[in-house]
Every structure is written in structure tokens, then in C-alpha cells.
Design a protein around this ligand. Structure first.
Ligand code: OAD
Length: 248
């Protein structure tokens, strides 16, 4: 990341009326939450289709709950890092003209203090009943066991997480589309930008006239880099606080 790049990014942000941020697993990496795309293609030793698809859940719900209980246990031990906190500072500056869209399910943006957060892939904190459809915030303090049942209707509970092959809930996806389409600057932080439709928020921000400026913050170049006006390459826990400081 050059100093010029940081200044350009800060200049665009300062001039922006509306700001949208898309975050991925990388923003939580410095908190100790593992990212998804390890080189062996496995998530903590499991094939993605076994633990993050409706078919996988139907085949072996106990395995899926063991996996998510382990992720909930990990989420209990981690704390927001300076990258999350920098995004809270940006929200304070723009207020309702700032939207944070996250693919993360760990809840760390909210713990950090962000309020206008659209969790488009769901949350580890919530369960959904396959019987009565009730969504409940169970927070992450307890292990839910490997066969949790709905306290209301005794139906089977699943994590309220969007799995492969499932549609994103409209209640979070439509405002995300609006925020990406309506922003002057889109910050794309810590995502490999390979999972759609989340990654399509980048071309959507670029599609309108005048197009939004796209600022990428990542350790490396990604699928989104070609559409970025500037890339700030480094750990988000270092880069984002610097960006906030440069904004003044
Ligand atoms: P990935 O694991 O695909 O990508 C993580 C990105 O973070 C990579 O581009 C890394 O280079 C970058 N990265 C790692 N450490 C970083 C750091 N300290 N600072 C900045 N960048 C860093 O994760 P996602 O793009 O979030 O979906 O994956 C998208 C979706 O795929 C996830 O939400 C999940 C998975 O399927 C669901 O669970 C529905």
C-alpha cells in the first residue's frame, strides 16, 4: 500500500455522500476466526458440501450441529479487532448514509458497535425452526447440543445461516442492493469475492452513472481487484485504522 493510494482512497471517502462496505472473513482473521478458503478446500477438516448445504444437513444433522457448535465456541473466545472498530468510526461519521454489508456470521461487527449491519449470510447467534420457521437469537454462550429442538413446537432447529444453494433472505439482500447501487464509495474488505450473489455488489456499485469508487482492502488481489479503483493491500486491522486517520 503506497501513501498515495491511501490519500486517494481517503479523498474519495471524504467527498462521498453515501458509503457502503462489503466485508468477508478476512476482516475477522486478526481476531482469530479462520477464513474459509484454505488451500486444501476444507473447512476445519470438513468438505463444504457436508457442513454447509441443505443436503448435508439432511444427511447428517448431528455433524452439522457439531461443526456449528464448534464455530459458536470459537466465536465466544474472539473479540473485534481494530479493523472492526475502524468501521464503527466510519458509521459514526456517515450515520444512516453508511451501510455495512457482511458475509460474516460471527457477529463481531455488532459486538464492535456497528449498528447498520446487514448480515447477508445469516448469523451463528440465531437458530431457525424447520417446523414453525421461528428465528431465535440464542446468542453464542451455550452449546446447543447436536440435536437441538424448537422450544415452541419441538421441530428440528438449524443454524440461521445461508448455505450453498440457498437464496439470500430478501430482508437483507434488497437493502444491500440498494446500498451498493446508491453509494459513492464501496469499500470491499477481506473477501475473496468469489461467492455470489454477495460479490455481485461490486459490479452493481460500478454499473450506475457516475460509478462508485471501489476501494479494496485485502492481503492480496482478488476477483474484485479488476473493478477496484485502488487497492490497499495489507491486513485490514492495520489498513482500515490508517484510512480513518487519513480521513481526518
Ligand atoms: P474467503 O475465505 O473466501 O476469503 C477471505 C479473504 O480475506 C481472502 O481474500 C484473504 O486474502 C483475505 N484476508 C485474510 N486475512 C486478511 C486480513 N488480515 N486482512 C485483510 N484481508 C484478509 O472468505 P469470504 O470471501 O468471506 O459463506 O467467503 C465468502 C463466503 O464463502 C462466506 O461468507 C461463506 C463461504 O461460503 C457462507 O457461509 C454462506
Amino acid at each position: 500500500m503506497t501513501d498515495d493510494d491511501l490519500t486517494r482512497a481517503a479523498d474519495w471517502l471524504r467527498a462521498a455522500d453515501r458509503v457502503c462496505v462489503l466485508t468477508g472473513a478476512g476482516v475477522s482473521a486478526e481476531s482469530g476466526v479462520p477464513t474459509f478458503r484454505a488451500s486444501d478446500g476444507l473447512w476445519e477438516g470438513h468438505r463444504i458440501e457436508d457442513v454447509a448445504s441443505p443436503d448435508g444437513f439432511e444427511r447428517d444433522p448431528k455433524l452439522v450441529w457439531q461443526f456449528y457448535n464448534a464455530r459458536r465456541a470459537n466465536a465466544r473466545t474472539v473479540e473485534p479487532n481494530p479493523g472492526h472498530l475502524a468501521l464503527v468510526a466510519l458509521e459514526r461519521r456517515w450515520g444512516e448514509r453508511f451501510t455495512l454489508v457482511t458475509q460474516n456470521v460471527d457477529g463481531l461487527h455488532r459486538t464492535a458497535g456497528s449498528t447498520n449491519v446487514l448480515e447477508i449470510h445469516g448469523s451463528l447467534h440465531r437458530t431457525r425452526c424447520l417446523g414453525c420457521n421461528r428465528v431465535t437469537d440464542r446468542n453464542i454462550q451455550e452449546d446447543l447440543g447436536d440435536e437441538p429442538a424448537c422450544p415452541k413446537c419441538y421441530g428440528q432447529l438449524r443454524p440461521d445461516i445461508v448455505w450453498f444453494g440457498e437464496a439470500l433472505p430478501e430482508s437483507v439482500w434488497l437493502p444491500s442492493l440498494n446500498a451498493a447501487y446508491g453509494c459513492n464509495v464501496l469499500l470491499v474488505v477481506g473477501t475473496s469475492a468469489v461467492v455470489h450473489p454477495a460479490a455481485s455488489l461490486v459490479p452493481i456499485a460500478k454499473r450506475k452513472q457516475p460509478a462508485a469508487r471501489v476501494i479494496e482492502v485485502n492481503l492480496t488481489r482478488t476477483e474484485a481487484s479488476q473493478m477496484a479503483d485502488v487497492g490497499l493491500y495489507g491486513p485490514s486491522g492495520v489498513v482500515l485504522p490508517k484510512l480513518v486517520e487519513r480521513l481526518g
